[in-house]
Design a protein around this ligand. Structure first.
Ligand SMILES: Nc1ncnc2c1ncn2[C@@H]1O[C@H](COP(=O)(O)OP(=O)(O)O)[C@@H](O)[C@H]1O
Ligand SMILES: Cc1ncc(COP(=O)(O)O)c(N)n1
Length: 493
């Protein structure tokens, strides 16, 4: 994996209690795999109860800080937070316009106006200046009261109203809006990336029962900027940021910081030993994003039984029967990928895999099944229908085919590692892992990565959806034997 660590600049206010502002930004950037830098636009005296005082540096000094960074360091993304007054905003706008003239550095603007505690963080007369700055941003991340100010409307009370206001703002300022539903009542916390045409992508987490959410907005926007610098994709960055932030909020009560609204646990996942993806690779983020599906597969009675040899013969043969049926259509879909492939290399890759899949795997199944091939189950049919439904767009089809390589290779390498001479499924497990299949998997990942990097936003979203759906189908497929049938939604709806 590449170790091309991206440089993320936060331009924001200081929170000496460490939960919001530049302190939160630097922790968030580090947690999400970036190198953090900070230009201080305001000093606050605040803690978990509220803001006591604000000191704003002279605008020329802000300019000195900005130039000190941009004269020396390549900036891969910028996150902007508290700006205090119109003088600060004007200076920043001029610097940003000049910087973006020479390189199109992505900008996430969190239009901080009022702290959770109710304290003002932006002068009332600075609104027009902020509107001019917004034209130099790629994404705005307002909370509901801030969105209402920008949209010149009453604060939304439903998610539908939030989306309408965000669309209007996106159209007016030619930006994406990350609309946040944290201030709504209800058991869910929805967020969505919205452009002038509507919702590009929505993510939802359960509302966690904690009062420790000081600095969530700062942390979210910094995570978004960092993941964007790493992936070049806003939808993927939203998914990754939301997942990280939700876990950071879930870990907030482990900290003991103040007696008011405490901070989130920015680095808790790192301390807990969760793998930190520092690779600048879009496919790696996909892999991380299906973590719960992968651990679902690992936890299945079928997989555990196959690993330790306790799986019943009938279950094993049921699986082989469905697998044989699956592989026939799967080979056809790979042939379709070969047909759509724009390069000879890709064309050959898919054709070889289609043929290899038919020859090797069907031979094995026939030997074991002795021609007793059953009817396809609803689960098998649902997976195949999904693959066939992706067959019109090469990039989307490649994304849909990828989990069958990647998950199979991942599960297979662990199953093969548990194999031994007297294992009842010894010869079967031995076929689960091979250097050739590892090589094919690496190549399938690379084909998908190249397509993803070159794709437009809509295609990227469709690729991710196809990949995620196929990953879920992998889980349902493995879960269809008697041992697992209860308790897993088989995705046949
Ligand atoms: N109690 C909570 N449980 C889960 N997520 C939350 C909670 N409170 C806030 N969030 C999330 O934190 C992010 C920022 O929240 P929000 O309150 O909308 O903005 P801000 O922090 O800017 O006021 C959103 O993704 C929101 O869903
Ligand atoms: C320096 C600074 N910047 C931003 C916020 C807003 O954070 P929150 O809305 O979570 O209080 C803050 N309290 N302090």
């Amino acid at each position: 994996m590449s170790q091309d660590i991206k440089n993320i600049l936060s331009i924001a206010g200081s929170d000496p209690s460490g939960g919001a502002g530049i302190q939160a930004d630097l922790k968030s950037i580090a947690a999400c795999g970036g190198y953090g830098m900070a230009v201080v636009s305001a000093l606050t005296a605040q803690n978990t109860h509220g803001v006591r005082a604000v000191h704003v540096p002279p605008a020329p000094f802000l300019n000195e800080q900005l130039l000190a960074v941009s004269d020396d360091i390549a900036i891969d993304a910028i996150k902007i937070g508290m700006l205090a007054n119109a003088g600060i905003i004007g200076t920043l706008t001029d610097w940003l316009a000049a910087v973006r003239l020479s390189s199109p550095v992505p900008v996430v603007l969190d239009p901080v106006m009022i702290a959770t505690s109710g304290d003002r963080l932006l002068d009332a007369d600075a609104e027009d200046a902020l509107r001019r700055l917004m034209e130099h941003a790629d994404v705005l991340t307002p909370n509901i009261p801030e969105l209402a100010v920008i949209a010149r409307a009453e604060a939304a009370t439903t998610w539908e109203e939030v989306v309408i206001q965000a669309r209007q703002v996106a159209a007016t300022y030619s930006v994406l809006v990350l609309a946040k539903g944290g201030h709504l009542a209800g058991s869910d916390c929805p967020d969505a990336l919205i452009d002038a045409d509507g919702v590009l992508h929505e993510v939802v987490s359960p509302r966690l029962d904690t009062g420790n959410t000081h600095g969530t907005g700062c942390s979210f926007s910094s995570a978004l900027a960092t993941f964007y610098a790493r992936t070049g994709d806003w939808v993927q960055s939203l998914t990754a940021s939301k997942r990280w932030l939700t876990a950071a909020i879930a870990g907030a009560d482990q900290l003991r910081v103040g007696s008011g609204h405490g901070p989130v646990n920015h680095l808790g996942q790192l301390w807990a030993g969760a793998p930190l993806a520092t690779a600048n690779d879009s496919m790696w983020l996909w892999w991380e994003a299906i973590e719960s599906i992968r651990s679902g597969i690992d936890g299945l009675a079928f997989i555990r039984g196959l690993k330790d040899g306790t799986l019943g013969r009938a279950d094993f043969e049921d699986y082989l029967g469905q697998d044989a049926l699956y592989l026939r259509t799967y080979a056809r879909v790979m042939s379709r990928a070969s047909e759509l492939a724009p390069t000879t290399e890709d064309q050959r890759f898919w054709a070889a895999n289609a043929s290899g899949c038919l020859e090797e795997e069907l031979k094995l199944h026939r030997g074991r099944l002795e021609e007793r091939v059953p009817e396809p189950s609803a689960t098998t049919t649902a997976y195949l229908n999904h693959l066939v439904s992706c067959s019109n767009d090469y990039a989307v089809l490649v994304a849909a085919l990828l989990p069958c390589f990647w998950i199979y290779q991942d599960v297979g390498s662990r199953l093969a590692a548990a194999n031994h001479d007297s294992h009842p499924y010894n010869d079967w497990l031995a076929t689960y892992s091979s250097p050739e299949f590892d090589k094919s998997t690496a190549q399938a990942i690379e084909v998908a990565r190249v397509l993803f990097d070159a794709a437009d936003q809509r295609t990227r979203t469709n690729m991710w959806k196809a990949f995620e759906a196929s990953s879920a189908h992998e889980l349902y497929f493995f879960a269809q034997t008697a041992a697992d049938r209860q308790g897993v939604d088989h995705g046949t709806k």
